[in-house]
Design a protein around this ligand. Structure first.
Ligand code: CAA
Length: 380
């Protein structure tokens, strides 16, 4: 494994860090407090080529590799985890399945505006009764001539309130279980697509989620993504990529929490010396940095497997499991090191603590990651 970044990757890190520090971090706390969607930042990320990092230049993307995606996600998420997930959903849950499964006509129509940031995407798999058990889809798509008629409800859809385009999963043949699931590309402004009010959340409050209701929505056959019955494979292959993005988001949160805690520990004095000179605090910080580095290596490894074009299901789940659990431990200890100051909004660590939690839940809970890792133990 090569630990050396290329010159292009180093330049990308410098560019994204400057953007994140100058434009994202200063508004992160207020956007969180007001649950305000950062529309300007999403537009800027489009201009900077961050909304379709791995998409070919020919389709409006930046044509970079999966390691670059991880590096950029960590930088943006260290400044604001909400902005990070808006970016990751567009990149890995919307652009990536289009790259892998769309026809050239579908790519020309849908991928190019998404990858350039002109349009925003969402991924509609979860339902009120199909979260962890993703195959238990109840939304139906019934063929009617050159259309399918879609009815059903999708839950917790990140970017749902703002999205222009969505990747939708439906049941086209209930008798076939997961082999009866079919994916579509949906125009979110078309008749029969209705958005519920935005959810009121514990963390990542500037990223909005909502329910999406399909009421006799007619989607043309030409917008089917893959063949009938191939939808579950589309969803799982997409999540293999998405979980790398969430691992990188968790790394960003963990790094921000660690840096805040280390800096606070140098300034804050108790018993006549900075608290970093008390071994209890120094050891906490030592563990935090070690665990972040371990999570980063697993995340980069998953990205390198993706870059090599090999199946990276297990590596992605390991990265997401490790990074999300590290982010939660690190954020919790960052609050602890801040003491009372960690519990008030004057300091950023309470936000990191709230933001970290979702990384253990979405794109598959930690329990799901363990199921996937266990199921793939014997796979080469
Ligand atoms: N790539 C390709 N195919 C895959 C695959 C992968 N990674 N994983 C599984 N498959 C295939 C299997 O080979 C199998 O195919 P065959 O029947 O042809 O052999 C088929 O899919 C079924 O596989 P399983 O038996 O393993 O499926 P399962 O029903 O037991 O489900 C699960 C397994 C891992 C629990 C899965 O349901 C899962 O991942 N659940 C979590 C769902 C999830 O992550 N949701 C996230 C929603 S999106 C989100 O959170 C976005 C956001 O807000 C930011």
């Amino acid at each position: 494994m090569d630990f050396q970044l290329t010159e292009e990757q180093e330049a990308l890190v410098r560019m994204v860090r400057e953007f994140a520090e100058r434009e994202v971090r200063p508004v992160a706390a207020e956007n969180d407090r007001k649950a305000r969607f950062p529309a300007d930042l999403v537009r800027r990320m489009g201009e900077l080529g961050l909304m379709g990092i791995e998409v070919d230049v020919e389709y409006g993307g930046s044509g970079l590799d999966p390691v670059s995606y991880v590096l950029a996600m960590e930088e943006v998420s260290a400044a604001c985890a909400s902005t990070g997930v808006i970016m990751s959903v567009n990149n890995s849950l919307v652009c990536d399945p289009l790259v892998k499964f769309a026809t050239p006509e579908q790519k020309a129509r849908f991928l190019a505006p998404l990858a350039s940031g002109e349009k925003l995407g969402c991924f509609m798999l979860s339902e009120p009764e199909a979260g962890t058990d993703a195959a238990a889809q109840r939304t139906t798509a019934v063929r009617d001539g050159d259309h399918y008629v879609v009815n059903g409800t999708k839950n917790w859809i990140t970017n749902g309130p703002q999205a222009d385009v969505g990747i939708l999963f439906t049941m086209t043949d209930r008798s076939k279980g997961h082999k009866g699931i079919t994916a579509f590309i949906v125009d979110m402004h078309a008749p029969g697509v209705r958005r519920g009010p935005k959810d009121d959340k514990l963390g990542i409050r500037a990223s909005h989620t909502c329910q999406i209701f399909f009421e006799d929505h007619r989607v043309p056959v030409s917008q089917r993504l893959g063949s009938e019955g191939e939808g579950f494979k589309v969803a799982m292959a997409t999540l293999d990529c998405g979980r790398i993005g969430i691992a990188a988001q968790a790394l960003g949160i963990a790094r921000a929490a660690f840096e805040a805690a280390a800096s606070y520990a140098c300034d804050r004095k108790t018993f006549g010396k900075p608290i970093i000179e008390h071994q209890a605090v120094a050891f906490m910080l030592a563990d935090m940095e070690t665990q972040i580095e371990a999570a980063r290596l697993l995340t980069l490894r998953a990205a390198l497997e993706k870059a090599a074009g090999v199946r990276h299901t297990k590596a992605s789940s390991m990265a997401k499991l490790m990074a999300s659990e590290v982010a939660n431990r690190v954020a919790k200890n960052a609050v602890q090191i801040h003491g009372g100051n960690g519990y008030v909004t004057e300091y950023p660590v309470e936000r990191y603590y709230r933001d970290a939690k979702i990384t253990e839940i979405y794109e598959g809970t930690s329990e799901v990651q363990r199921i996937v890792i266990a199921a793939n133990l014997l796979r080469a």
